[in-house]
Design a protein around this ligand. Structure first.
Ligand SMILES: [Zn+2]
Ligand SMILES: [Zn+2]
Length: 391
């Protein structure tokens, strides 16, 4: 059978079958279509203002690397007039961040963007390694996630930047929608679907330009654009409930490729029906996959995705053209540890029916529904722990 031609240009051989809609495209058309779709998201949501300075939350993982690359391309192509900088958070995890931060440093050179790194130790007095030393591995992703949210905002403030973009993709949003649906938490669900969230207390806006981009397409984009990104497992275990939601979505996607976007759209529709949609994200988790343990994490992405990355790597060595992505099972993928009871340790759900009133933390001024925000509570708990040990 002759290789299929690209459905868009009818000139080149198709090398990509889009996970989103199974369209067969050549490399150039795929890259162009992907970029056009992100551009459409940016324009239709009026994400940026001309002359705006934007910090790209950069982890060195595929999502934020693709985001940086695409924004650089679009900023030039469509003359957005943006000033782009990379902002990285160093959680202080030996052997994990060290390498990924090296990737971000290379990206800064490749994309000619300034890079700012903010560390948990500076911000909170604790590195993640020290947190784990103190509390053990159980529940540490809660700390990591809560700290990360504020770290980006604080880093942005340091740079006097009022807009942070993150690499959250459609899969991340779909997971969050599903998780909040399963928890019966409609108000958090509605906040998690907004493309722009803000923190009125410190004036830093957040947005997700890749909100409608499929994770698999992000991997394909990174592959065909030959982007330099860091693909490894966070050595601390991921959030169990998110992992479950993720597997569920990956399974749905197999029988219905549009499922991911359908869930995102359903979440948006539900948000419109939820009264508490005005306020933006609080410090709680509203689906912070990107930039953290989740996004660079092959295991939580489902072993299928990890296999896809592995097979793409192999493919790049092999110049043969393929019309479809085939994934060969690889046994070196670390299995996701199953810890069904982990959720108990994360008691952060407010009563679902009760609307949260978002004020600010009396300690740090970060937006919070509590008097003391989650980060400050966690730091206090850690410090108390340290004091106890000292005695
Ligand atoms: Zn084409
Ligand atoms: Zn606080």
């Amino acid at each position: 059978m002759p290789p299929s031609l690209c459905m868009r240009c009818s000139a080149q051989k198709a090398v990509v079958k889009r996970p989103k809609n199974h369209h067969k495209l050549c490399k150039e058309c795929f890259l162009a279509v992907f970029e056009d779709e992100v551009h459409h998201t940016i324009i239709s949501s009026k994400l940026f203002l001309r002359g705006e300075k934007i910090a790209i939350g950069a982890s060195g993982g595929k999502d934020s690397t693709v985001l940086a690359s695409v924004l650089k391309t679009l900023n030039k192509k469509h003359d957005y007039g943006l000033e782009l900088v990379l902002l990285s958070v160093d959680e202080g995890i030996k052997g994990y961040r060290d390498d990924s931060l090296e990737t971000v440093k290379r990206n800064a050179v490749q994309y000619e963007m300034p890079l700012q790194i903010v560390g948990y130790d500076t911000l909170y007095g604790w590195t993640m390694d020290q947190v784990v030393e103190t509390i053990g591995k159980k529940g540490n992703c809660t700390y990591c996630g809560v700290f990360r949210r504020q770290a980006l905002d604080r880093g942005a403030k340091l740079l006097e930047i009022k807009h942070v973009v993150t690499g959250h993709n459609a899969d991340d949003i779909a997971e969050t929608v599903l998780m909040n649906l399963l928890r019966g938490d409609l108000s958090r669900l509605s906040r998690s679907t907004s493309i722009i969230t803000g923190n009125s207390s410190n004036d830093v806006k957040r947005s997700k330009p890749l909100k409608y981009a499929y994770e698999k397409e992000i991997v394909l984009y990174a592959h065909h654009k030959k982007l330099d990104y860091f693909s490894t497992e966070c050595i601390y275990s991921p959030e169990a409930f998110r992992g479950t939601a993720r597997s569920l979505i990956k399974n749905l996607e197999k029988v219905r490729p549009s499922a991911i976007l359908d869930i995102v759209r359903s979440g948006e529709d539900l948000a419109r029906l939820t009264p508490d949609k005005g306020q933006a994200a609080c410090a709680c988790d509203d689906g912070e996959g990107a930039g953290g343990c989740g996004s660079a994490n092959a295991a939580t992405s489902g072993s299928e995705l990890a296999q896809m990355e592995a097979s793409l790597k192999q493919e790049s060595e092999d110049t043969a053209l393929e019309t479809e992505i085939t994934s060969k099972p690889k046994e070196d993928i670390v299995k996701l540890p199953v810890r069904p009871r982990q959720r108990k340790s994360q008691k952060r759900e407010p009563p679902p029916s009760q609307l949260q009133t978002l004020g600010t933390c009396t300690r740090c001024g970060y937006m919070s529904s509590q008097e003391i925000c989650q980060a400050c509570t966690l730091v206090e708990r850690l410090n108390k722990n340290r004091a106890d040990i000292a005695i």
